[in-house]
Design a protein around this ligand. Sequence first.
Ligand code: GRF
Length: 219
Amino acid sequence: MSRKRVAVLISGRGSNMAALIEAAKDRNYPAEIALVLSNKAHAAGLDIARAAGIATAVVDHTPFGKDRAGFDAAVQAALVERRIELVCLAGFMRLLTPGFVGQWRERMLNIHPSLLPAFKGLDTHKRALAAGAKIHGATVHFVVAELDSGPIIAQGAVAVHADDTEETLAARVLAVEHRLYPLALKLVAEGRVRIVDGHCLIDGVPVPDGATLVPGAPA
Ligand code: GRF
């Protein structure tokens, strides 16, 4: 089976992007990172992608002002040019129009730093601590028009420690993200994820072994 051509969309640091690039170095991984696209010209992740020899593109959102559809059309053109088959949002800080999202239905993934549906939106670690959550984590889901709301593909959990700060909790979750995203993309690229009644089934079941990471579980 040929490897799926993936674009990773970023806005900043790009550590999840780097994890996907690392996973895709393995020739047996079912996806290749064919493009890294940023809406910010100085995103640190772009340097990591270039150093890894991966094609990069910048579509700056600022000249588009309120014209979100115009920005999305420019992103779409870059994806089409590179014959992209799957899109991974990885810290991409732009809201996408329903039209664009519809074009990538069941072919666009996002990683969110909480156990969805808890803590949609920003400042998830701060809010998890404020809520007294005992377990926190990360989610990879398909993107739908509504923010952080699409069918859940895989989740990874971490314990919240009594002395956690926003920073220590974020670091523990990020380490899980870096294992979770390559796993979720692999499942999708292998065609093992099917959506039934709005929920993902993997190999026909809701939670197969290995698709959920729990605290202390081996990588
Ligand atoms: C991650 O925490 C991700 O879950 C969220 O934004 C952050 C991006 O970090 N969507 P990085 O750019 O991948 O390092």
